[in-house]
Write a protein that binds this ligand. Structure first.
Ligand code: C2E
Ligand code: MG
Ligand code: MG
Ligand code: MG
Length: 276
């Protein structure tokens, strides 16, 4: 019987699929260790406010400093962390770290600096999520208006009504909500007017060609103008060059995040950039 099973397996899984599964299991196992060993670290990417021409906030972006594999980017482990549920302790860890960092920047004399943290659908779904956010805010004694939570529209679409309710609860605490990656899903204004959000982040894929493609430029201009009429604060993501920046200025975009100003950097580097 066992032999038969073994035989079937050989047919079902070819060598490379087998290899993939082994890698996944190993990765999952080392993810447990990684939480204990504090291998998840945050890189911060500055956001510049165009009106005041100053850095008013940053986005927290997780990296995994793996003892053997080196620095692993989020796209390579967040999906597995979501499948296994490990995103819940990892997400909590990131949120706590980011909140501590806001406090730490305040102590250094920069009073209104805000940080935004990405939230996975698995976290939002978890019944303990709001409680854990409250605990962290209390523990750190943080002004909630300095914290933004980033949520993608696909997360919201999954179960619109209950998620809207949760987001309203978070906003009632004073936290800001950003809709991340706007434009990559089924985004329509008809849909976003229903969402209780404060900030709209236009995805990099829209920004990439605004300086070379007149139609892309028109679309982004339209998004910004409607979003601002709906009272959203607008952030453009993935801005890499001066031409893009100039167009976004003309179009009255509020904030810019992109390599043009800074790549994501670790804590010490962030401090240097801010105190410069
Ligand atoms: P995101 O939230 O949309 O973050 C923006 C991504 O674009 C980041 O990639 C950032 O490094 C990159 N980026 C920013 N400006 C530029 C630019 O000018 N040029 C280019 N080429 N790239 C730019 P990163 O750090 O690899 O993160 C990828 C995604 O992983 C994030 O997309 C987010 O969805 C997810 N992620 C990151 N950190 C976390 C986290 O703590 N929790 C969860 N649940 N997801 C996270
Ligand atoms: Mg984000
Ligand atoms: Mg994004
Ligand atoms: Mg993204």
């Amino acid at each position: 019987k066992a032999k038969e099973l073994g035989k079937n397996r050989c047919i079902v899984f070819n060598k490379s699929m087998n290899e993939e599964i082994i890698q996944r299991v190993l990765l999952e196992k080392s993810m447990y260790e990684a939480i204990k060993n504090k291998e998840f670290i945050i890189a911060y990417q500055l956001q510049k406010d165009l009106k005041s021409d100053s850095f008013t906030g940053a986005e927290a972006l997780v990296r995994w400093r793996h003892p053997e594999k080196g620095l692993i980017p989020p796209n390579e482990f967040i999906p597995l962390a979501e499948e296994t549920g490990l995103i819940i302790p990892i997400g909590e860890l990131i949120l706590r770290e980011a909140c501590k960092k806001i406090k730490n920047i305040q102590v250094k004399g920069i009073k209104d600096f805000s940080i935004s943290v990405n939230v996975s659908s698995v976290q939002l779904k978890s019944p303990n999520f709001i409680g854990s956010v409250k605990n962290i805010l209390n523990e750190i004694d943080l002004d909630p208006k300095l914290l933004t939570l980033e949520i993608t529209e696909s997360i919201l679409m999954e179960s619109l009504a209950p998620n809207i309710k949760k987001i309203e609860e978070l906003r009632a605490l004073g936290i800001k909500i950003a809709l991340d990656d706007f434009g990559t899903g089924y985004s329509s204004f008809n849909y976003i007017i229903k969402l209780p959000i404060d900030i709209l982040k236009i995805d990099k894929s829209f920004i990439d060609e605004i300086h070379t493609n007149q139609k892309e430029k028109l679309i982004v201009g339209g998004i910004i103008s409607v979003a601002k009429k709906l009272n959203f604060n607008v952030v453009a993501e993935g801005v890499e060059n001066i031409e893009q920046l100039e167009i976004l200025k003309e179009q009255n975009c509020d904030k810019i995040q992109g390599y043009i100003f800074s790549k994501p950097v670790f804590e010490n580097e962030l401090d240097k950039l801010l105190l410069k």
